[in-house]
Design a protein around this ligand. Structure first.
Ligand code: 3EB
Length: 351
């Protein structure tokens, strides 16, 4: 394969096309503008409100409070070429276009999260299995009070990580090979919420970063269970490369404590390494991308005062087409000041 030049098929060739998934950033206020030939699968509203509902058009919508003055407020809209069916199950909401499943859920604040996180993520995994979309390729985990402490003295993020690890273990054994690209990030609200994307037939390839210890191998000093995610996931066909939330971590250690500009440079170097070729080659994939290829970038900034510096460094590295959005939330370690995620679209295809 895998990522090279896709020649257009000869005229008259029958092509069995899967519905194609895309995302764009829309204004937070109002309903997403309809795109000809496309249907909304689900949306995530990054503003000041928390909630899980079907919007007035019947699309699943998770709203997460992550914005503040001077930062961005926007809506991430996932669209597809096939008309989805929607539903809810055990408090989760979903939309299914026959190939892609969007699932969102929320967990109310509680003294200890792990058992409820485990149960809720198991429900999500069973929904994924029941609907025949067992290839989970991207997750977002939004954790309120992420740096706080639960009633047993464990950090809220580690409490969350434990419950999620148990859900992965009960569904997927050690989970390796099933853990997708993910973001685990703070919010400005309470409780935990999440979105997952899964595919029926497309096959996800989960990738690691040569500069970073796989999160699922982090040593125990960070918490009782290691985090369940991969650094990136490539979905074929289509070739979209989903880049996980990436922080200023080399090996498993935070680097440049207290220096937000230096942390931002390390994050960008980490992403450049991940999408640049060698990390793909380790997974047996050809090709490579540059930072300027990153799209739908989200930059999570811990401190409001750091926004100008982070914006300057990212603006230089990412270029205008990344449509970079900045959100004001804590990252999962007290010493991490910035985290960045995004995706690299697959090679252009014949229509
Ligand atoms: C890190 O590399 C930074 O727990 O799902 C990044 C992406 C991070 C996802 C998660 C956490 C998660 O460990 C934090």
């Amino acid at each position: 394969m895998r990522r090279g030049r896709a020649l257009p098929p000869p005229r008259g060739t029958f092509v069995n096309r899967l519905p194609s998934l895309q995302a764009y950033f829309a204004p937070l206020i109002g309903t997403p503008r309809p795109i000809p030939g496309r249907h909304v699968l689900g949306t995530v509203a990054f503003g000041e409100r928390l909630g899980l509902a079907f919007d007035p058009h019947g699309h699943p919508e998770l709203a997460v409070p992550m914005s503040s003055t001077g930062f961005d407020a926007f809506r991430e809209v996932w669209t597809t070429t096939a008309e989805p069916v929607t539903g809810s199950r055990d408090g989760l909401v979903f939309a299914d276009d026959g190939e892609h499943l969007f699932v969102a859920g929320t967990i109310a604040p509680r003294p200890v999260y792990a058992p409820t996180v485990r149960a809720t993520y198991e429900t999500a995994f069973s929904l994924v299995a029941e609907r025949g979309c067992s290839h989970v390729f991207r997750m977002w985990n939004f954790v309120g009070d992420i740096l706080g402490t639960n009633s047993e003295g464990l950090e809220v993020y580690q409490d969350f990580v434990s419950g999620r690890a148990e859900a992965f273990a009960s569904y997927y054994g050690d989970g390796i090979g099933h853990m997708p690209a993910a973001t685990g990030i703070g919010t400005r609200g309470e409780g935990i919420s999440f979105v997952l994307l899964a595919a029926r037939t497309a096959s996800p390839r989960h990738l690691e970063n040569q500069r970073q210890t796989p999160a699922y191998n982090y040593p125990e000093r960070y918490g009782p269970k290691p985090p369940s995610f991969a650094r990136a996931t490539l979905v074929e066909p289509g070739g979209t490369l989903y880049v996980s939330g990436t922080a200023s971590i080399l090996g498993h250690e935070t680097v440049h404590r207290g220096d937000v500009a230096a942390q931002t440079h390390v994050v960008l170097d980490n992403i450049a390494e991940l999408i640049g070729g060698p990390s793909l080659a380790v997974a047996g994939l050809d090709g490579g991308h540059e930072l300027k290829d990153l799209r739908l970038a989200k930059v999570y900034v811990r401190h409001e005062r750091d926004l100008p510096v982070v914006r300057a460094v990212c603006g230089e590295a990412l270029g205008p087409e990344a449509e970079t959005k900045y959100l004001n939330v804590a990252v999962c370690r007290d010493d991490l000041l910035v985290e960045i995620e995004g995706l690299v679209p697959g090679p252009a295809r014949a229509r």
